[in-house]
Design a protein around this ligand. Structure first.
Ligand SMILES: CC(C)(COP(=O)(O)OP(=O)(O)OC[C@H]1O[C@@H](n2cnc3c(N)ncnc32)[C@H](O)[C@@H]1OP(=O)(O)O)[C@@H](O)C(=O)NCCC(=O)NCCS
Length: 191
């Protein structure tokens, strides 16, 4: 048993979502470092993370955002090891809306880990957090990422042109949305 209490939730037998804290920085940095080339294809921040120390500052900022009820940064622990990240990048309690971002260890793709983690976070958002809408934004060319909201029944709402800078080019992004009423109608909560 760990000495420090775990702040998180069990998704199923294999997956646990936990608040990412500064004490996780070494493990978190090692995961980024072993996935640089792959993450760089679709994530613009990879080159900025150059050490566990600088990552601590990022974690700290995300925890402050969490403390202000403006975000929820979670790590995905798969079979007891950190396997990726999923977050509410922002939460807007006035509009009762949030935006999900995620990435996963390349070696652990293809097992439904992110879809399962996403489903649990959406459930938390519409349930405990009382949200009305959840968005997921993916680069148009990022098929594996787009497959997640599509698999979960999100509607494609539009294309944001030149919405993200990836090292040497802008990319268009697809916005997917799910409303609380649609989620309940789909009965996703149960299955
Ligand atoms: C985007 C990303 C998380 C997708 O990973 P992924 O492994 O394809 O997604 P999941 O973990 O949900 O797994 C889905 C796959 O597992 C399969 N699967 C197995 N068991 C499953 C289950 N219980 N539920 C759902 N899918 C399951 C699916 O069929 C699918 O396989 P397919 O790709 O052959 O169709 C990953 O590619 C990534 O991190 N990429 C780099 C960073 C990135 O692009 N982030 C997103 C930025 S918007």
């Amino acid at each position: 048993m760990s000495e420090v209490p775990v702040l998180g939730m069990q998704v199923d037998d294999e997956i646990q979502l936990r608040l990412v804290e500064e004490r996780h920085a070494d493990e978190y940095y090692a995961l980024i470092d072993s996935n640089r080339g792959y993450l760089r294809e679709w994530m613009g921040w990879v080159d900025r993370e150059t050490s566990a120390e600088s990552l601590k500052e990022f974690i700290h900022r995300r925890l402050l955002q969490f403390a202000h009820s403006q975000g929820l940064p979670l790590g995905i622990w798969y079979q007891g090891k950190l396997a990726g990240v999923i977050s509410f990048n922002y939460i807007d309690y006035v509009l009762r809306k949030a935006d999900i971002g995620y990435w996963l260890d390349a070696r652990l793709q293809g097992r439904g880990i992110m879809t399962r983690a996403c489903r649990a976070l959406i459930e938390l958002g519409f349930g405990e957090y009382g949200l009305n809408k959840i968005e997921i934004r993916c680069a148009v060319g990022n098929r594996p990422s787009r497959a997640i909201p599509e698999r979960l029944g999100f509607q494609q709402e539009g294309i944001l042109r030149a919405n993200e800078w990836l090292y040497d080019r802008y990319v268009d992004m697809v916005v997917y949305g799910m409303l609380a009423s649609e989620w309940r109608e789909r009965g996703e909560a149960g299955g």
